[in-house]
Ligand binder design. Structure first.
Ligand code: GDP
Ligand code: GDP
Length: 437
């Protein structure tokens, strides 16, 4: 199971600076999806061959003065419930504040590892000032300068030693793991209930090592599957439920540990920023996708035209990745519920698609011949052949070219689309690489 680290602290202590530093290297590899600024609040950090996720709690609160401090305090509580480790960032320039003391009290009671981090220690002079944070009762602060990177290597070493060893209670292979995700009130728990009915007692939990198991196995309608982190069933804290940050933390866990994400959109509201945030989490984790437009029973105009308009709106927001199924359903009346499961299963199977090298070249080379990569700087660019890489997480294709550096993103996307047109990869992310012949 993937590990999740949350950065908490007052505004301006340097949370986002530290977050950027931790997630930087990775971002250069994973192409960033253009989107909201919130996109910057979640990323992956790789250090010494280990990978974990980082969340900057800073961006998830709306600044309205009276509730502001209270809201962050609530976020800290959610972070202690949902993360595996908390980085509590404080600022040596301002010293200990009342708010820091309040938060320290919450963190001292929490049952997870907390690292107290004193930021803005840019020179050895103010390292002395960091000593005053000792009185927060969270041990000696680790001194860093997020801006220059000073001390961050030691901090990352320490994070790795303190992260729980979340040995994956690996659910059985070849049984798909579905995550039902979406913003609060989209209908997640209703859909799950529609899937599994009231027979909660057939549920078999796999004992987790450090926290409740997040996999629950079901056999329904002839399908064998796991539901991942069914937040709707395990509501523990009604207050947190309304907090967007809470649903984000739950979504991260569910998405990271799933094969296929069933993203629920409320038909009566259309697609909004919060839906997009979750969609981006799905994309960043390279997960397969089925979109369910729920509460279809409440929509008056169900004409083909209305359906097309809805589909186009979703595609426009989620472009360029648009090759995924969209199902108009109602968790309440159970309309097309079976179809949702069936489609999720199919999308899962699409991931296993293997295309033989001969067949792939037979189809792709004539397409490339007809529409070759545009020549750049007078150079003639030729793709000689292609193949699918064996044993990859998602279908991955390599095109071998004489001058790969001159093949730009639009052409790479063209190749991806042609693969999608010729083989069924519906709902499934794929990689297309261009390499030197
Ligand atoms: P956040 O609100 O906690 O996310 O804080 P930011 O990361 O936006 O940083 C707030 C301000 O502190 C910015 O002006 C940063 O440039 C500055 N800052 C962040 N880290 C350091 C540091 O290590 N040293 C110094 N001197 N300034 C820093
Ligand atoms: P969650 O927060 O995403 O788990 O959403 P819930 O499943 O709790 O649903 C939120 C509200 O929407 C509840 O009042 C449900 O009864 C209602 N709801 C969910 N699905 C549907 C649907 O398909 N049609 C209608 N009319 N209401 C629905």
């Amino acid at each position: 199971m993937a590990n999740l680290v949350a950065i908490v602290g007052r505004p301006n202590v340097g949370k986002s600076t530290l977050f950027n530093r931790m997630t930087q290297s990775r971002r250069a590899i994973v192409s960033d999806v253009a989107g909201t600024t919130r996109d910057r609040q979640y990323g992956k950090c790789s250090w010494n061959g280990k990978e974990f996720s980082v969340v900057d709690t800073g961006g998830w609160v709306v600044k309205s003065d009276d509730i502001f401090e209270d809201a962050i305090r609530q976020q800290v509580r959610v972070a202690t419930e949902e993360a595996d480790l908390v980085l509590f960032l404080v600022d040596v320039e301002t010293g200990v504040t009342d708010w820091d003391e309040d938060v320290a009290m919450i963190l001292r009671r929490a049952k997870l590892p907390v690292i107290l981090v004193a930021n803005k220690v840019d020179n050895s002079g103010n390292a002395y000032e960091a000593a005053e944070f000792y009185r927060l009762g969270l041990g000696d602060p680790v001194c860093i300068s997020a801006a220059t990177g000073g001390g961050t290597g030691d901090l990352l070493d320490m994070i790795l030693t303190k992260l729980p060893n979340n040995v994956d209670e690996a659910p059985e292979e070849n049984i798909p793991r579905f995550a039902v995700v979406g913003r609060p009130n989209a209908g997640k728990s209703s859909l799950i209930n529609a899937f599994i009915g009231e027979e909660r007692n057939i549920v078999t939990d796999i004992a987790g090592t450090t926290r409740d198991s997040i996999y629950t196995r079901y056999t329904k309608f002839g399908f064998d599957f796991y539901l991942v982190d069914t937040a709707g069933i395990r509501r523990k804290n009604k207050v947190s439920e309304d907090l967007e940050f809470y649903s984000v933390m739950r979504s991260i866990r569910a998405i990271e540990n799933s094969d296929v994400c069933i993203l629920m959109i409320d038909a009566t509201r259309g697609i909004e920023a919060q839906d997009m945030n979750i969609f981006q989490l799905i994309q960043k984790n390279n997960k397969s996708l089925v979109v369910v437009v729920n509460k279809w029973d409440l929509v008056q105009d169900k004409s083909q035209k209305a359906i097309d308009t809805f589909k186009n709106a979703i595609h426009n927001r989620m472009a360029p990745f648009v090759d995924f199924p969209i199902i108009f359903a109602s968790a309440l009346t159970k309309q097309r519920i079976f179809k949702v499961l069936e489609t999720a299963k199919q999308v899962y199977l699409n991931r296993e698609t293997r295309i033989g090298t001969t067949k792939l070249n037979e189809v792709m080379l004539p397409i490339i011949e007809q529409t070759p990569p545009p020549s750049t700087k007078g150079k003639y660019i030729k793709i000689k052949y292609c193949s699918q890489l064996p044993n990859t997480q998602i279908p991955s294709f390599v095109f071998y070219a004489n001058l790969p550096q001159y093949i730009k993103e639009p052409y790479r996307r063209f190749l991806e689309n042609k693969i999608r047109e010729n083989w069924s990869m519906h709902g499934c992310p794929i990689n297309v690489f261009i390499r030197q012949k």
